[in-house]
Design a binder for this molecule. Sequence first.
Ligand SMILES: C[S@@+](CC[C@H](N)C(=O)[O-])C[C@H]1O[C@@H](n2cnc3c(N)ncnc32)[C@H](O)[C@@H]1O
Length: 208
Amino acid sequence: MPLSDYFSKDANRRAKFIFNLIAPVYAGVDTALMKHFSRAAKIVDAEIGIRGKSVLDIGTGTGAWAAVFKRKGAGRVHGIDFSEKMLVRSRKKHPEVSFSNGIAENLPDFDDNSFDIVTASFVLHGVKKDSRKKMLLEMQRISKKHVVIHDFSGKTPLFLRFLEFMEKSDYKNFKINFCEELKSLFFEVEKTETGNGSGLYFATTQNE
Ligand SMILES: C[S@@+](CC[C@H](N)C(=O)[O-])C[C@H]1O[C@@H](n2cnc3c(N)ncnc32)[C@H](O)[C@@H]1O
C-alpha cells in the first residue's frame, strides 16, 4: 500500500489505497451503520420484498449493508469489494454473509440473472460517470429484476462533505445526474428519501 497510490492517476488505485487505509475506522462504526441501514432496508423490504431473495452487494466494505438484508430474511447474501483490508473485517464481522474480492466495473465471476437483488451502498457516488455506467451495466446484467442503490440524496452533512473532498469523489455530480443516468439504462426507476442526506434508488431490469 505505497503512499504514491493516493496520487495515482488511476482512480481505482487511489480509491483502493484510501479504503484499505480507512478499513479499521469503517469496522469501528459497522454496528452504528447497521442501525442506520436497518431503516433503509425496511423501506427496501416494503418496496420489493427481501425474504428468501438472493442478494449481491457491490462495494460491500465491512458488510453492514449486506448483513441487514440477511437480518431481514434474505436467502444467499454475497458481498464483493476490491479492498482486501475491508474484506478481512467483513468476513470476521458477518460470517452469515459470504464475501469475495472483485472489481465492480467487471465481475466475470457472476453469471447473468444470477441474483434476485443486486445492490450497492455508498459506492456509486465515489466514481466518475464512465465507471458508474460500467458498474450499473454489470449490476443490470447480474440481477434478475431489482437493482437497489443506497447513496447520497439531498443535503450532504458537513463532515461527510469533508470526507468526500479527501476521497475526490463525484458526489456533487452524482446527486444532480444519477436519476437521469439510471433512466437511460433501466426500465423503471424510482427514488425514495431516507433522511440524513441519503436515499434509495430502485431500478428494474427486463431480464426476467
Ligand atoms: C464508502 S464505502 C461503502 C461501504 C459499504 N457499502 C457501506 O455502505 O458501508 C465504498 C466501498 O466500495 C468499495 N469500492 C469502491 N470502488 C470499488 C470498485 N471499483 N470495485 C470494488 N469495490 C469498490 C471500497 O473498497 C469501499 O469498501
